[in-house]
Design a protein around this ligand. Structure first.
Ligand SMILES: NC(=O)c1ccc[n+]([C@@H]2O[C@H](COP(=O)([O-])OP(=O)(O)OC[C@H]3O[C@@H](n4cnc5c(N)ncnc54)[C@H](O)[C@@H]3O)[C@@H](O)[C@H]2O)c1
Length: 270
C-alpha cells in the first residue's frame, strides 16, 4: 500500500477530461498538484479551481512533445514542492483516417503527442523516482493499446507503444528490485473533450476525410464513463500498487479474441 497523503503529483493533459479527473481524485486524497497542459487558458482555470478549494496546486504550460519542456516541468515541480512522487503521463489526442490516407504530418503529430511524450516523461521522471527510492509512474494508453480496429491506425500504434513501454518499465523496475511502481491506464469510452480538442489543435485537413468517423466517435464518448470515475480508479491503483488500470474490463474480450486468433492461425498452419 502506497501512502499518497502529502505527496506531490505531476499530471499532463490536466486542463480537461481524464487528467482533470485524476487531479480531482488526487486533491481529495490530500496530494499536492503540478498540472501541465498545452492549453494555457484551460490550465489556468483548472489550477484556480483547486486553489479556490484550498488545495496546493501549480500549473505549467507544457507541450509534451518536447523533452526540454517536460524537464522544465519536473524542475518547476521540485522548485515548488521539493520532490515528485506520482507522475501521470496522460496528455493525448486522437484523429481518424485510414492508414494509407493519413498524412505524414498527422502520423508524426499523433506519435509525438501520444507516444514520444510518454517516452520523454519516463526519461525525465523515472530517474528522479528511482533516486528517491519511492514513487509511481503511470501513463494513459487506451483499450486501443490492446486491440485494433479501422480508422485509428496512428492512435493504435501510439497506444500499443505506451503499453509496451510501461510494461517494459515494470519489468525493469522489478528486475532492479526497486520500490518504485508503474502502471498503465487503458480506458474504454470516457466522456471527455478529446475529439473537439484534437480538432482544435489539429491544423491539417485529414479530419475532413475522417469527419464522419470522428462525429460517431464523439457520440460514443458522450455515453462514456465520467472522467472523475477514472480519476478514482487511478488513485486506487497507485495506492494499491497495481499495474493494469481498466475502466471497461468487459472489453478485454476483444484482446482475448486476438490471442485466440493467433492460436487458431498457428494451429491451422501445422
Ligand atoms: N476519452 C476517451 O474515451 C479516452 C479513451 C482512451 C484513452 N484516452 C486517453 O486519455 C488521455 C486524456 O484524454 P481525454 O479523453 O481526457 O481528452 P481531453 O481532450 O479532454 O484531455 C486531453 C488534454 O491533453 C492536452 N494536450 C493535447 N496535446 C497536448 C500537448 N502537445 N502537450 C500538452 N498537453 C496536450 C489537451 O489540451 C487536453 O487538455 C489521452 O491520452 C487519450 O488518448 C481517452
Amino acid at each position: 500500500m502506497y501512502e499518497v497523503s502529502g505527496k506531490t503529483a505531476v499530471i499532463t493533459g490536466a486542463a480537461s477530461g481524464i487528467g482533470l479527473g485524476i487531479a480531482r481524485a488526487f486533491a481529495a486524497a490530500d496530494m499536492k498538484l503540478v498540472l501541465a497542459d498545452i492549453d494555457g487558458d484551460g490550465l489556468d482555470a483548472a489550477v484556480q479551481s483547486f486553489l479556490d478549494g484550498g488545495y496546493a496546486a501549480i500549473g505549467r504550460r507544457t507541450d509534451v512533445r518536447h523533452e526540454a519542456e517536460i524537464q522544465a516541468l519536473a524542475d518547476a515541480a521540485i522548485d515548488e514542492f521539493g520532490a515528485v512522487h506520482v507522475v501521470c503521463n496522460n496528455a493525448g489526442i486522437g484523429i481518424g483516417g485510414a492508414v494509407e490516407e493519413m498524412s505524414v504530418d498527422d502520423w508524426a503529430w499523433t506519435l509525438d503527442v501520444d507516444l514520444w511524450s510518454v517516452i520523454h516523461g519516463v526519461r525525465v521522471f523515472l530517474p528522479l523516482l528511482k533516486a528517491q527510492g519511492e514513487g509511481h509512474i503511470t501513463a494513459t494508453s487506451s483499450m486501443a493499446g490492446l486491440t485494433c480496429g479501422p480508422q485509428l491506425g496512428a492512435y493504435h500504434v501510439a497506444k500499443h507503444g505506451v503499453v509496451a513501454l510501461m510494461d517494459t518499465v515494470r519489468a525493469e523496475l522489478r528486475a532492479a528490485g526497486s520500490d518504485v511502481r508503474s502502471s498503465v491506464l487503458c480506458p474504454g469510452p470516457i466522456d471527455t473533450e478529446i475529439v473537439r480538442s484534437s480538432r482544435r489543435h489539429h491544423d491539417g485537413d485529414a479530419l475532413d476525410s475522417a469527419g464522419t468517423f470522428m462525429d460517431q466517435l464523439e457520440s460514443t464518448l458522450r455515453e462514456g464513463m465520467a472522467p472523475d470515475e477514472v480519476g478514482d480508479l487511478v488513485l486506487n491503483a497507485v495506492r494499491n500498487e497495481r499495474f493494469w488500470i481498466l475502466t471497461h474490463p468487459s472489453h478485454l474480450a476483444l484482446a482475448q479474441r486476438r490471442v485466440d486468433q493467433i492460436r487458431a492461425d498457428h494451429e491451422h498452419r501445422r
